[in-house]
Design a protein around this ligand. Structure first.
Ligand code: NAD
Length: 494
C-alpha cells in the first residue's frame, strides 16, 4: 500500500477519546478533556476524556455490580471462550483501523502496527480464550474421610493500568487473562495513547462481552490512575509501567484495601556477545534491530551491549553499517521502520540522556540528534555510544529511546557481573558457541528471560516479566491466569 493511502485514511478516521463505561461511550463526569497530540506531526487529533476519581467511583460500582450478578463470571468456560474467540476475530477484522489509530496515537511505524501490534493483540485474546476450558481444578491428597477441593475463582474487580509503548498489546496481556477467568475489568490506558484501548472495549462489546464487564477510563495517572489504585473496592491491579510508578501503586494498595498488585516494570537489559558467537552478522543485526525496534521504547530493549574486546572493532563497523536502515521516517509510510517518539516530554528526556552521555565523556559513534523536525513530530536518530563506563547515567538509567551503550570485556564472568549490576532484571542476552559458557551465563544472569544466540524470540506460551525492580509478576502463558484468580479450599466431610 502506498504512503498516500494511510495519510488519506488518517484524514478521515474517527477519533473518539470518550470513556467506555457500562457498554457506552461517555464524557468524563466533569466534562473535562485534554488534547490528544499525534507524535507523527505534533498536531492535535482529538480530545481525550479526563476521567478522575468521580468517574472511577462510578465505574467501580458498575464493574462490581457486573461481577456480583455473575453476568460474565457465571458463564461456563466454554461460553466465555466462544465470546472471546469472537473478540479475537473482530480485532483482526478491525485490524487496519486499530493499526492506524495506534500509529497516529503513539508514533510507531504503520508497518509494525499492522504486522506486530494487531496480530499479537488478537493472538493474546485468542490464546486465553482457548485456555479457559483446559484449566482444571484440584483435589488435594488428604484422606478417605474428606475431600479437599482446591478451586480457582475470579478475584473480582481488576484494574489494569498500562503504558503507552505497546498500548494494545499491553492492554491485552492484562485484560485477556483477567476476562478469561471471569473478572470485571477497568482498563486505564496511558494518557499518551488511549485510542486503541477504547476501541478494544467497543469491539469486546460487539463480540458479546456483557456491558459493565470491560470498561475503559482514559485520563492521567495522578487522577484516574491513583484513584483506581487507592479504591477500596478494586480487588487487584495489573500494572505495567515505570518502576517509579510501580512503587507508588504498591504504596496505594497498602494505604487502601491491600489489593493484590502485579507489576511489570522497567528494564536496562544487557546483551553479551562473546568472540566465539556462532554468527557475528546475526549478533550485530539482532543487537541493533532489538534496540531500535519501536524507537527503543521497549521495556526489554537490550540497551547495554557488552562485546568481547577482541571483536569490538569488527562488531562496531558492522553495526555502523546498519544505522542508515534505521533512519526515522514518516510512520504512515509502509516502508518506515523507525517512527516517532511518543511525545515532546519523552523526546526531551531522551535528548537529555544523550547530552548526559556526551557530558560524561562517552564517545558518540552514531546519531545523537533530533531528526525530521520539519514534520512537527518528535524523532530521534538511532544513537550509539562507546567508551561507556558503568557509572554513567546512560548505563544506569532506563532511557526508553533509541540509544545503545557499548562496553567491552575480556572475561565472561566480568561481563556477567556488570550485566547484573543494575536494579533491573527483565531480560538478558548471551551469544556464544560454547554450550557450557551459554549455560553458565543463563544460570548467572538475574533476569526473567535470558536469550541465547538470539534476542527477540517471544511467544504467548512463555511467561514475560522481571526479577528485582523489573516487577513481581509474569504476563502471558498459563502463569498469568494465577494473577487474576483466588484459590479456594473447600473441605467436605464424607
Ligand atoms: P508510567 O509508569 O509513567 O505510566 C504507566 C501507567 O501508569 C500510565 O497509564 C500512567 O497514566 C499511569 N500512572 C502514572 N502515574 C500514576 C499514579 N500516580 N497512579 C496510578 N497510575 C499512574 O510508564 P510509561 O511512561 O507509560 O511507560 C514506560 C515504562 O513502562 C517503562 O519503564 C517501561 O520499561 C515500562 N514497561 C514495562 C513492561 C514490562 O512488561 N515489564 C512493558 C512495557 C513497558
Amino acid at each position: 500500500m502506498s504512503n498516500g493511502i494511510w495519510h488519506e485514511r488518517a484524514a478521515t478516521i474517527k477519533i473518539d477519546g470518550r470513556a467506555f463505561i457500562n457498554g457506552e461511550r461517555v464524557p468524563a463526569k466533569s466534562g473535562a478533556t485534554f488534547d490528544n497530540i499525534s507524535p507523527v506531526n505534533g498536531k492535535k487529533i482529538g480530545d481525550t476524556a479526563r476521567c478522575d476519581s468521580a468517574d472511577v467511583d462510578a465505574t467501580v460500582l458498575i464493574a462490581r455490580a457486573a461481577f456480583d450478578d455473575r453476568r460474565w463470571a457465571g458463564k461456563s468456560p466454554s461460553e466465555r471462550k466462544k465470546v472471546m474467540l469472537k473478540f479475537a476475530e473482530l480485532i483482526r477484522v478491525h485490524g487496519d483501523e486499530l493499526a492506524l489509530l495506534e500509529t497516529l496515537d503513539m508514533g510507531k511505524p504503520i508497518k509494525y502496527s499492522l504486522s506486530v501490534d494487531v496480530p499479537s493483540t488478537a493472538r493474546c485474546v485468542q490464546w486465553y480464550a482457548e485456555a479457559i476450558d483446559k484449566v482444571y481444578d484440584e483435589i488435594a491428597p488428604t484422606n478417605d474421610q474428606t475431600l479437599a477441593l482446591i478451586t480457582r475463582e475470579p478475584v473480582g474487580v481488576v484494574a489494569a493500568i498500562v503504558p503507552w509503548n505497546y498500548p494494545m498489546i499491553m492492554a491485552s496481556w492484562k485484560i485477556a487473562p483477567a476476562l478469561a477467568m471471569g473478572n470485571s475489568v477497568i482498563l486505564k490506558p496511558s494518557e499518551k495513547s488511549p485510542l486503541t484501548a477504547l476501541r478494544l472495549a467497543e469491539i469486546a462489546l460487539e463480540a458479546g462481552i456483557p456491558a459493565g464487564v470491560f470498561n475503559v477510563l482514559p485520563g492521567f495517572g495522578h487522577e484516574a490512575g491513583s484513584a483506581l489504585a487507592l479504591h477500596n473496592d478494586v480487588d487487584c491491579i495489573g500494572f505495567t509501567g515505570s518502576t517509579r510508578i510501580g512503587k507508588k501503586i504498591m504504596e496505594y494498595a497498602g494505604q487502601s484495601n491491600l489489593k493484590r498488585v502485579w507489576t511489570e516494570l522497567g528494564g536496562k537489559s544487557p546483551n553479551i556477545v562473546c568472540a566465539d558467537c556462532p554468527n557475528l552478522d546475526e549478533a550485530v543485526e539482532s543487537a541493533i534491530g532489538s534496540i531500535y525496534f519501536n524507537q527503543g521504547e521497549s521495556c526489554n530493549a537490550p540497551s547495554r551491549l557488552f562485546i568481547e574486546e577482541s571483536i569490538k572493532d569488527e562488531f562496531i563497523a558492522k553495526a555502523l553499517a546498519l544505522i542508515p536502515s534505521f533512519v526515522p521516517g514518516d510512520p504512515l509510510d509502509p516502508n518506515t521502520v523507525m517512527g516517532a517518539i511518543v511525545d515532546h516530554i519523552q523526546l526531551n528526556s531522551v535528548m537529555g540522556f544523550i547530552d548526559s552521555g556526551k557530558a560524561e565523556g562517552a564517545t558518540l559513534l552514531a546519531g545523537g540528534h533530533q531528526s525530521r523536525t520539519e514534520s512537527g513530530g518528535y524523532y530521534v536518530e538511532p544513537t550509539i555510544f562507546a567508551d561507556v563506563n558503568p557509572s554513567m547515567k546512560i548505563v544506569r538509567e532506563e532511557i526508553f529511546g533509541p540509544v545503545l551503550s557499548i562496553m567491552t570485556f575480556t572475561h565472561l564472568d566480568h561481563a556477567i557481573r556488570e550485566a547484573n549490576n543494575t536494579a533491573y532484571g527483565l531480560q538478558a542476552g548471551v551469544w556464544t558457541s560454547d554450550i557450557r559458557k551459554a549455560h553458565h551465563a543463563a544460570r548467572s544472569l538475574r533476569a526473567g528471560t535470558v536469550h541465547v544466540n538470539q534476542y527477540d524470540n517471544d511467544d504467548m506460551t512463555v511467561p514475560f516479566g522481571g526479577y528485582k525492580q523489573s516487577g513481581n509478576g509474569r504476563d502471558k502463558s498459563l502463569h498469568a491466569l494465577d494473577k487474576y484468580t483466588e484459590l479456594k479450599t473447600t473441605w467436605i466431610n464424607l
